[in-house]
Design a protein around this ligand. Sequence first.
Ligand code: CCH
Length: 287
Amino acid sequence: SGDAKPAGKAPVPAYAAKVATAVESLIDDDDNRGPLLVRLAWHSSGTYAKGGSPAGGSDGARMRFSPEAKDGANAGLEKARALLEPIKKAHPDISYADLYTYAGAVAIEHMGGPHIPFRFGRSDFRSEAEIASAKAAVASGRLPDAAQGASHIRDVFYRMGFNDQEIVALSGAHTLGRCHTDRSGFEGPWSFAPTTMSNQYFDLLNKEIEKPGYWTVRKWDGPKQYKDPTGELMMLPTDMALIEDDKFRPYVQLYAKDEAAFFKDFAAAFATLLHLGVDEAKLGETA
Ligand code: CCH
């Protein structure tokens, strides 16, 4: 018979829209959850090493188990995973690995950002032992250290396969959310609207270029961070590195001027990030 379809990519699963709605209501319930979900998606994916052994990345949802569950860089993300647990219970067919990344994509769009192209198909490890026997355990140290500078940022993101423009675009996620002393040791939000996706982070960094001295080192007991003239906002040393570095700085200036360019570049780079290390053959159609 002539109507057999060639084997192709799996269609977007039927649960996708319901999961998206459930994630959106989590964000609407409590303003602080969207940024936390974006951080979960990023830390799930950001362990990737091009050509690395283990490769890392979001496939497998290893953050539920040691060593990633205990990585200090992931402090606070147990809260994000707990928030998503009822959604996993209600939609058991979605893998944790898809859920942890998809929730971040949904959160970006629901907070006013661009649509993030997303493909389902990741699978889950079921235990620490299974991760160990697959030699897939990723030791701590692959996620960036906020106390460092441009060369460290390049080491980490080049390892994932990103270029300078993509590094700056991805960093714009810091418009969202805040630092917590009991998680990272740093304190405060980067922007005045931390639950709205915008280019405000770049606008605030650009103020330093236009008026040097806008950001100053905060005098306090905690780790080195910067404060703005209002004293309400903060920047990390890695954020300031984006304007100190000659190759990063032009992208900060571009995105400060042009939010549409930021959204377009962010959507592309964040989509790439969420799919790093996932076998192309496992991934379905783009949602
Ligand atoms: Fe980030 N980030 N991030 N970040 N991050 C923190 C919080 C968020 C670094 C350090 C920190 C990205 C890149 C970097 C988010 C998204 C992204 C915190 C505070 C630190 C420290 C954690 C706490 O205390 O709760 C460093 C260093 C880099 C790169 O060099 C990238 C890339 C993304 C996403 C695309 C989001 C969102 C948050 C807010 C989380 C919240 O709970 O509000």
